[in-house]
Design a protein around this ligand. Sequence first.
Ligand code: FES
Ligand SMILES: [Fe+2]
Length: 431
Amino acid sequence: MTDKARLHDRYPELGRCNLPVAPYIDPSYWEAEKKYLFKKTWLHIGRVEELPRKGSYMVRDIAALDASIVIARDRSGQINAFHNVCSHRLNKVAYEPYGTTRKFFCKFHGWAYDLDGSLSGVPDEKSFMDGFDKACHGLSKVSCDVWQGFIFINMDPEPAQTLAEFMEPMYGGLDGYPFEKFTACYGWTAVVDCNWKLALDAFQETYHVGYVHGRSIADSLEKDEEGNLHPIDGLCGDVHRRLSIAGNPNTVYGNPQAATSGATESSVSGSADIGKRIAGKALAAGAGGTKIDLSKVKLPEALNWTNHPHWAFDINVVFPDFYLSCRPNYFQAYNFRPIAHNKTLFEARVYYPEMKTAGGRFYQEYMKVTLRDVLLEDLGTLEMTQSAAETGAKKEMVINDFELMVRHQAVVVDRIINDGLAADAAAQAAE
Ligand code: FES
Ligand SMILES: [Fe+2]
C-alpha cells in the first residue's frame, strides 16, 4: 500500500469490498437482470448506415428482451422499431436479418404493414367481426431513438429518460466526434460461454493486457516507470463509465497518428522480430492513406480529458452492454449481448475512414488481423474464467484500484436489481 491518491477515493459510494461471484453464475440473477435492467433501459442496436434508404430494415433477436425487434426506415426517413409479431395470429412479419421492402407482409395469412408499422392490408377483411378497425392493429411499437448515428431501442413504452438525457451526463461532450466519417466497417460475432458482465469486464481494465496479450499488443500501451499498464484516468457516472488509455507511439497499434501522419516505419521496426518488421511496414504503408484528411478533424475536448500527450483512446462503456472506444483515427463499437447467465453474444465492429491507397488498405488489413487475434486471446480466457467461477471454489473476487470499472459495473447492476426487487416487494405488500 502507498499513500498515492487512488481512483477509488473519488467514488466512495462504490465501496472497496471484494465483489461477489454469484451475479456472474446465478441463473436467477440473470432473470432479474432481464426484468429490471435490460427491459427498462436504452440498448444500442446498430448504426444508421445499416438502414441506408427508405424501406431498409433489420431484425434483431435480443435474448435479454425475450423479443425479436424490427427496426425500419419509413418513407419519411424516420427510423422506427416494432415487435416482430403479427397482430393477427402472431407470426413473425420479417424473417431475414436485413432487407429492403415497401411493406411487411406476414406470410401466414397475408396481412400487410406499412414501414411505420400501421396495418394497411387484410385479405378478406369483411370476414372479421363487426367493429374490426385496422387502425387498432398495427405492429406493437418499441421506443427507438438515435444518438450520433447509433440506433437505440427501449422496451419501456415510456422511458424514464429520453435517449439524449440518458447519454448527456457522460457523453454529451462527444458531440463533433467524426463517427459518420468512419465508413469502412468490419466486424465479427462470436457466442462466448461466459456471463456478459465477465466479458465486458475484460474490456474495461488494462491489468490483463501484459499477460493475456503479452505476445500480441502489450507493448502498444504506455507503461509507467515501474512497468505497469495503468490507465491515465477513469470516470464513473450514475450508470456509464469511461477510461482513458495512453499508447506507445513506437508501435503501430498504439500510435494514434497511424495512417494519418507522423508515424514512421523506423520507430517500430528497429528489431529483428519479424512481427515488428511487418508492423513497421504496415505503419509506413498506411501513412497518408485515408480518403479524408483526419488532421483537419478537430476532436472534441471531452476525449483525452486529461490532455495526456500519449493519449491513444478512450473506452466509453454505455450502460449496460455497449463498448465504444473512440480514437483519433478510428473507433470500435462492441456489444456484449447476454443470451443466458453463462452465454454472451459478442458483436465487434470497427469503423475506419475509407482508404485511398493500396498502402492504406494494407495498414487496415494489418490492423484487422491483429485485432482478430487479440479478441481471440480475450474470449478464450473468458470461457475458462466462467467455468472456474462456476466451480464455486471462490465466492468473491478481489479488485485493484485500476479495476474500478469492474467494480462500478457490479455495483450499478446490483443497485438496479435490488431497487427493482424492492419496488416489486413494496407493490406486492400494498395489494
Ligand atoms: S399471423 Fe400474420 S396474417 Fe395471420
Ligand atoms: Fe483484452
